[in-house]
Design a protein around this ligand. Structure first.
Ligand code: 13P
Ligand code: SF4
Length: 347
């Protein structure tokens, strides 16, 4: 039963104490989050992994790229475990390293040595290594603005991987006009732009989040018409149009902080993943909160981490078996850590 499973998790956590560390992303299910030693957005979880030198086992409740990041930021002795190997991220999969190398040589031919690559942490370790090797950095949704500003102090152009929306929203936010942005299509292997190519300063990889694309201009128009006093807050993985029409946009931590600080009785429509929206609704009965898209939008891969998988990996640890360990190749780690550290040092 669920109760038996929960008791077993508690028992194993108690037995291992600080030797076992369970970080959980805000998009995880409640049945998992209740056992997290820390919850956070991508940046907080990366920082927590980098700072934790004591835990022998890090059971990462999130998706694959987060577990890879944790492995790269911890020591060789520390073992990072992902409770279900199928917990990937479709956005991270939208940029593979061969496509990126190909794009890079075409872009170098076009713009010379004027481009700095940046990658959203939602990317594979190989992409982070590519970025690190070429002088760039990782970014998360909570520091993207700072990192894009930093990038422009280094080079006159940026290549932003793999989320075109976070890239476009952030660049727009710091004043780059839309006609100075182009999109790199990795399937067609070409740059899509209007006007003079030499004017382009932001090159956006054509990737997106399949969860956040479900929040639409129509959803916003409907709320504005039916609930004009409702605040709309969205994650910057939503499109430029949606972010532009919303009242606020920011990382999962930003959304949580905003609702925590909101006055009782205020109304909110939130455009982000379902587990987080539902948790916020449950925690704030004094506020009127809904999902911006009335059909709640789950991240199917985040949801693959559940209580049975968590317990399965914990029982493995108890038996002395490390199941589903995430280990990133040493050479890739060395280069990717350059990109991660450039971010961690800047924020
Ligand atoms: P943040 O928690 O950094 O806002 O990221 C959201 C996300 O999509 C993680 O995959
Ligand atoms: Fe990836 Fe989107 Fe899921 Fe985040 S919400 S893990 S970006 S698919």
């Amino acid at each position: 039963t669920v109760e038996e499973m929960e008791n077993r998790v508690r028992e194993i956590k108690e037995k291992f104490g600080s030797r076992l560390y369970i970080p959980g992303h805000h998009y995880q299910k409640d049945e998992v989050v209740q056992f997290s030693d820390t919850t956070g957005d991508s940046l907080q979880l990366a920082q927590a992994a980098a700072e934790n030198t004591a835990a022998e086992y890090i059971v990462f409740c999130g998706v694959h790229f987060m577990a890879e990041t944790a492995d790269m930021l911890t020591t060789d002795e520390q073992k990072v475990i992902l409770p279900d190997m199928r917990a990937g991220c479709s956005m991270a999969d939208m940029a593979d390293i061969d496509q990126t190398e190909r794009a890079w040589s075409e872009l170098q031919a076009l713009f010379g040595d004027t481009i700095l690559p940046l990658t959203y942490v939602n990317s594979t370790a190989a992409i982070k290594a590519f970025v690190g090797k070429n002088g760039g950095a990782t970014v998360t949704s909570s520091n993207a603005k700072k990192m894009v500003e930093w990038a422009f102090t280094v080079k006159e152009r940026i290549l932003f991987l793999p989320d075109q929306h976070l890239g476009r929203n952030t660049a727009f936010d710091i004043g780059v006009p839309l006609d100075k942005m182009a999109v790199w299509d990795p399937i067609a292997n070409k740059l899509i732009y209007e006007g003079d190519v030499k004017e382009i300063v932001v090159i956006l990889w054509k990737g997106h989040c399949s969860v956040h694309e479900n929040f639409t201009v129509k959803n916003i128009e409907h709320i504005r018409k039916t609930e004009p006093d409702m605040n709309i807050i969205v994650h910057p993985e939503c499109s430029r149009e949606v972010v532009g029409l919303s009242d606020y946009a920011g990382s999962t931590k930003y959304i949580i902080d905003m609702i925590n600080a909101a006055k009782p009785g205020t109304k909110w429509a939130i455009g982000t993943e379902m587990n987080l929206v539902q948790r916020i609704i449950n925690e704030h009965p004094d506020k009127h909160i809904v999902s911006l898209n009335p059909f709640m939008c789950p991240c199917l891969t985040m949801n693959r981490i559940d209580l049975p998988h968590l317990l399965w990996t914990l029982e493995g640890i108890e038996r002395g078996e490390v199941l589903n360990q995430i280990t990133v190749d040493k050479e890739i780690t060395e280069k990717a850590v350059l990109a991660l550290n450039r971010m961690l040092e800047n924020v």
